[in-house]
Design a protein. Structure first.
Length: 324
């Protein structure tokens, strides 16, 4: 490989399989930089015209199939199906920052910012498997600042009281103890001890929309959680935790919330309630993270921030009323 000065630029030149290949740059490259640039030129020459972005994504998903979670693969497949056709059919070596930005802009029309970011991440990861030196600086939509929902303690008490005799009652209790819906779906009576449950698996949908059992979301998610003995007894006596269609859990919970006049919330919001309540009675952050299976304290910080805003707003209103 040679580096030659030609006018105001430099030419990197190398013979490969009896043919010379070159690339021009506007500065004198280091030996390392020249090697990287030439490697990409030679790689392009070897595979030019042989692979589309679609084939790259296919290859990426196949290569990662046994290490990605079934739910991640399901999400990737949904992105794959809805990606711009013109972009997926492009030769991977013809893709530039401009095409990436155009694809993101088009995908943003009818998808949420989070989905757009996932689309971008999948495309870049797939392309970089075949073009390791590919660098992009895409402008992505701003993250949505969604207001966190934290069910009120009195509402949770009323909800549990109203569902006391319902078949779904143990699942709602487990949700209020910080368990994810996917973790509850995978539980068996044998996972319960006298007053605790071992959480080491989850049940999620795969790319074929089939429910499959997998490991927990993170290593921190594998844990043992205290469960009231009465709830354990109910589960042991009937011989199952949950055996219905997954979405029916939230449908039934909403039915009871409507009945008692409680604002509807997601099942996942019961985890937010757990964080808020545990913090209010003095439980340490480390213990809350361990019980809820969180790897980082981001969720706790968001809950605390939300609760702080509510408290400040209540104080502001109360002082205003006293002044009046």
């Amino acid at each position: 490989m040679t580096i030659e000065k030609r006018g105001n630029s430099y030419r990197i030149r190398q013979m490969y399989k009896g043919k010379y290949y070159s690339v021009n740059v506007d500065h004198k490259p280091t030996q390392k930089e020249a090697t990287i640039l030439m490697a990409e030129v030679l790689q392009n020459a070897e595979t030019k015209g042989s692979g589309s972005v679609r084939s790259c994504v296919d290859g990426y998903m196949d290569a990662k199939r046994n290490v990605l979670s079934p739910s991640s693969l399901k999400g990737y497949l949904a992105i794959y199906r809805n990606s711009p056709e013109w972009f997926m059919n492009m030769n991977v070596y013809d893709v530039t920052q401009l095409e990436i930005q155009r694809a993101v802009n088009e995908y943003s029309i009818d998808h949420s910012p989070k989905t757009v970011r996932n689309f971008h991440a999948l495309m870049i990861a797939s392309i970089r498997m075949y073009r390791p030196t590919f660098v992009v600086n895409t402008t992505l939509p701003q993250k949505e600042n969604k207001r966190m929902t934290i069910p009120d303690q009195e509402d949770i008490v009323r909800l549990l009281e109203s569902m006391k005799d319902d078949d779904y009652y143990p699942c709602i209790v487990l949700g209020c103890l910080g368990l994810r819906r996917s973790e509850i779906l995978a539980l068996e009576p044998s996972d319960f001890a006298e007053n605790s449950v071992l959480i080491n698996k989850a049940k999620v949908y795969n790319e074929k929309h089939q429910l499959v059992v997998k490991g927990t979301k993170t290593t921190a998610s594998t844990r043992s959680v205290f469960v009231p003995p009465d709830v354990v007894r109910i589960i042991k006596e009937r011989g199952y935790v949950y055996k219905d269609y997954p979405n029916n859990l939230i449908i039934v919970m909403h039915r009871y919330q409507d009945k008692i006049g409680m604002p509807r919330c997601r099942f996942h919001d019961l985890r937010h309630f757990y964080v808020s309540y545990a913090h209010s009675i003095g439980m340490s952050d480390a213990d809350i993270m361990a019980a809820g299976g969180w790897k980082t304290d981001n969720t706790m910080k968001n809950v605390y921030r939300h609760s702080m805003k509510d408290a400040e707003e209540q104080e502001r209103v109360a002082k205003s009323m006293l002044n009046i």
